[in-house]
Design a protein around this ligand. Structure first.
Ligand SMILES: Cc1cc2nc3c(=O)[nH]c(=O)nc-3n(C[C@H](O)[C@H](O)[C@H](O)COP(=O)(O)O)c2cc1C
Length: 353
């Protein structure tokens, strides 16, 4: 049974201050490429209305040459607080992109210095900046100069076990003007394997004066509390735990504010959320939205009888009607089996991802 100590509750009671910008939640929804579009963020906000969200990462070089706002950079005028995340290795292009982000309505601009994907690192972006701290520093300085909203950095603890430089790197980002640092407790070499090493987040927190957000393996309220206790971080960022489970940020936020566990959604409620997700993707992106919905739908369909069969069918849907029919039939079956009640067992599907 997870409990909220009075000390932790008091420490997190005040708003999160990112420079002059205040956020009334200590739980953030991470940027997830291919996932955290405007539709997904809208779902997360249903349960976590005050949490900070991030767009998918946007390529600054692409923006420089195309000069047109890509769909992944779109912000709903009503959604706040919101950060646009950028990646690149060119300080001038990033400064230009940051100005476009602010024009679009970003409350903060985040620079991705943690992406491990080869396509990004071989061009000098993402986590490869951990090996080029002078370039990373020039980027932060250039973006800070270009915009009047806070500039933040999201990074990893190092390139590999032999090159863990989180503490020096973080200090350097702060000195360059970053107003918040999110630290994913893995090296680039780890990818997403092995446990996140929260002890490094604690070390970074000890030396920085700007807020430090802990990231990596926050799959439950219990993990969030353990991580906050262990690291002393100013907040936590949920990532893979939200795939097919946009309830997580709200669950953690609610617990940190009240000390009470929110009733987890029943399998039927999760499928109803999947249904909304599918419809909203169709409305926002049309045919492309249906193709993108396939993976989301399979993430929702977990933890109830015949879920594997449903996943197989949802993975190949061709249109809205087909997807809605499959979900409606599954809901009907679960209601017949009484899996729709709040008391129904809700397996920790997010841990299984
Ligand atoms: C599918 C996927 C897409 C991601 N896209 C981004 C991204 O666009 N920007 C970013 O900073 N991190 C991205 N990440 C990394 C996550 O934000 C997060 O740092 C990482 O998953 C660690 O947290 P976790 O262990 O809780 O999943 C992505 C991760 C995944 C699995």
């Amino acid at each position: 049974m997870v409990t909220l100590s009075p000390a932790l509750k008091a420490r997190l009671a005040l708003p999160l201050k990112i420079g002059q910008f205040e956020v009334n939640s200590r739980v953030l929804q991470s940027p997830l490429s291919g996932v955290t579009d405007l539709v997904f963020r809208r779902l997360v906000r249903r349960y976590a209305p005050t949490s900070m969200m991030y767009t998918e990462m946007v390529n600054a070089t692409g923006l420089h040459y195309v000069k047109q706002l890509p769909k992944i950079m779109e912000i709903d005028p009503n959604e706040r607080p919101i950060s646009i995340q950028l990646f690149d290795c060119r300080p001038d292009f990033l400064a230009e992109a940051a100005q476009m982000a602010v024009e679009e309505g970003a409350d903060t601009v985040d620079i991705n210095m943690g992406c491990p994907v080869n396509k990004i690192t071989k061009n000098g972006g993402g986590s490869s900046l951990l090996r080029q701290p002078e370039v990373a520093e020039a980027i932060v300085r250039s973006v800070v100069k270009a915009v009047d909203v806070p500039v933040t950095v999201k990074t990893r603890i190092g390139w590999s076990d032999k090159e863990i430089n989180a503490v020096e790197f973080a200090q350097r980002m702060q000195d360059a003007g970053a107003q918040m640092l999110t630290l994913h407790g893995r090296t680039r070499a780890q990818g997403y394997n092995g446990p996140a090493r929260w002890e490094w987040i604690a070390r970074v927190k000890e030396v920085l004066s700007i807020p430090v957000i802990a990231n990596g393996d926050i799959f439950s309220v219990e993990a969030a509390v353990r991580c906050l206790e262990m690291t002393g971080a100013d907040g936590v960022m949920c990532s893979r735990g939200t795939l097919g489970y946009p309830f997580l940020v709200g669950e953690v936020d609610h617990f940190l504010k009240t000390g009470e566990l929110r009733q987890p959604p029943s399998p039927v409620e999760r499928l109803q959320c999947a249904r909304d997700h599918l419809e909203m993707l169709w409305e926002y992106k049309g045919e492309r939205g249906i193709r993108q919905a396939r993976k989301h739908m399979t993430w929702y369909a977990k933890g109830f009888p015949d879920a594997a069969d449903l996943r197989g069918k949802l993975a190949v849907i061709e249109n809205l009607e087909q997807g809605l029919n499959l979900i409606d039939q599954a809901i009907e079956r679960l209601q017949y089996l009484s899996w729709g009640s709040a008391e129904a067992e809700t397996p920790q599907l997010v841990e299984a991802w």
